[in-house]
Design a protein around this ligand. Structure first.
Ligand code: AMP
Length: 462
């Protein structure tokens, strides 16, 4: 099967071919015809499956079909925004917009990324010229709506990407406000990795007789990721990480910590040990995060240390190594983390440094992914049996320092998971409650209850 077989225009196929894609991924095989047909879509797909191209390519096709005029419209009487893609994080917004620009480079369509954490004025200026496709985080879009600097009343296609994350981050009220301003007649595409009751409710209200698509979760199928656990004492994790990086001569490693403070401390430790490293998390400025990501992608930075939500949207082709310096509090996050490696069929490995405090978390993860993870003790880093387990309080990080999960500047009031990189940069109004750990939390397809369990199509506006 080739991209040309979908009936995509020569310009789109050329851009995709130049990107190096030859065969559509399973989600693309199903999503592209469904979106081209013009109906609503409910897709169960997580990052790493090729979902971005799955919705971007047919959107470009549909919009270019009837697009007229030059690429740069005058500020008066300019064409309206025709597609709106809402995403949970700034990084993902930038990533999606890059894809839109790349796949659409031979078309006369203009895109814009609209995110919080940066000066709003350049965005206001940009909005005065032509924008066909807007990729936004909900908070900042709402800021523009309130300031009347954006008009979304002519949107033809709406995408909610990583809808589960948007709800986790407390964006539901913002999303509802945005939906109320969109024209009634439009095409809606909802992508979510998991299907909680909240997502089902949103889908029921939003989608009109949607096509249902679900692709197997990466961890549930024959994936090419090698999982390994290295048991180690809490205080020796940093040394073990430096040892592994040096011994294996790893050049591009994404390391996850549970807390922002832990990420900073670990990054400083690695730098002190002559391993180039930067931390990204919600307390860093947008420009610092963008710079770190760019250096990591080009290979000048050996190690990127990230907290969970800050890492959403990181897309590095064939990222070879992901290290869980600390296991996540929520087992689902393990799947999101390792989704960064072995992307689109490439091989990768996921290494977890596990101390005595984290035994229960490891059990939760193994239950979720339905397999035992191979445990290998690294000589010189054997576990001291005299060290007793200590409770992991509010994200206290073994060897990495204190701090807490969640924090300022993320999501919207009422966010469930806290922490991360949201659109608005506004502080949460109340402390973020934790999601329950383990498979019962927010699991959908992983627990065998995917989009297939959602065979109810809701009338719009119910
Ligand atoms: P996504 O799930 O959209 O984040 O995409 C995951 C990764 O797969 C990205 O690095 C894409 O560039 C890559 N990708 C998307 N579609 C294809 C394809 N048809 N063939 C190979 N790689 C792809």
């Amino acid at each position: 099967m080739s991209f040309a077989a979908f009936g995509l225009s020569e310009e789109i196929v050329r851009a995709v071919t130049e990107r190096g894609y030859t065969t559509p991924t399973p989600i693309q095989q199903q999503a592209i015809p469904a979106v081209l047909a013009g109906g609503d879509l409910l897709a169960g797909a997580q990052t790493g499956t090729g979902k971005t191209a799955g919705f971007t390519l047919p959107i470009l096709q549909r919009l270019s079909y009837r697009s007229e005029g030059s690429a740069k419209g005058p500020s008066e009487g300019r064409p309206p925004i025709r597609a709106l893609i809402l995403v949970p994080t700034r990084e993902l917004a930038a990533q999606v917009e890059e894809s839109v620009r790349d796949y659409g480079k031979y078309l006369k369509l203009n895109s814009m990324v609209m995110i919080g954490g940066v000066n709003i004025n350049p965005q206001i200026t940009r909005l005065k010229s032509r924008v066909d496709i807007l990729i936004a985080t909900p908070g900042r879009l709402l800021d523009h709506i309130q300031q009347k600097t954006v008009d979304i009343t002519k949107v033809e296609i709406l995408v909610l990407d990583e809808a589960d994350r948007m709800l986790d981050m407390g964006f539901i009220r913002d999303i509802k406000k945005i939906l109320a301003l969109l024209p009634k007649k439009r095409q809606n595409l909802l992508f979510s990795a998991t299907f909680s009751d909240e997502i089902k409710l949103l889908a029921d209200n939003l989608l009109d007789k949607p096509a249902m698509i679900e692709v197997a979760r990466r961890n549930a199928t024959a994936d090419k990721i090698t999982h390994v656990v290295h048991p180690v004492d809490r205080e020796r994790k940093k040394d073990l990480l430096a040892h592994l990086i040096k011994q294996h001569k790893w050049t591009q490693v994404l390391v996850f910590t549970r807390t922002k403070h832990g990420a900073n401390k670990l990054s400083e430790f690695l730098e002190a040990n002559k391993i180039t490293s930067l931390a990204i998390h919600g307390n860093k400025s947008q420009s610092a995060r963008t710079r770190a990501l760019a250096e990591f992608k080009t290979g000048t930075l050996q190690v990127l240390v990230a907290t969970d939500i800050a890492a959403r949207g990181i897309d590095i082709v064939e990222l070879p190594h992901v290290v869980n310096f600390e296991l996540p509090n929520v087992a689902e996050d393990y799947v999101h983390r390792i989704g960064r490696t072995g992307r689109a069929g490439a091989e990768g490995d996921a290494v977890s440094l596990v101390c005595v405090d984290e035994k229960k978390l490891l059990g939760d993860i193994e239950r979720l992914i339905k397999r035992d993870i191979n445990s290998i003790v690294i000589p010189g880093f054997e576990v001291d049996p005299r060290i007793k387990a200590e409770p992991i309080i509010n994200g206290r990080s073994g060897g990495g320092g204190g701090g807490h999960r969640g924090g300022a500047g993320q999501g919207r009031p009422g966010a469930r998971s806290g922490g991360g990189a949201s659109g608005s940069g506004k502080p949460s109004g109340k402390p973020a409650a934790r999601r329950p750990a383990g498979p019962a939390g927010n699991s959908g397809p992983a627990a065998g209850r995917g989009a297939a369990a959602l065979h109810r199509s809701g009338g719009r506006g119910r």
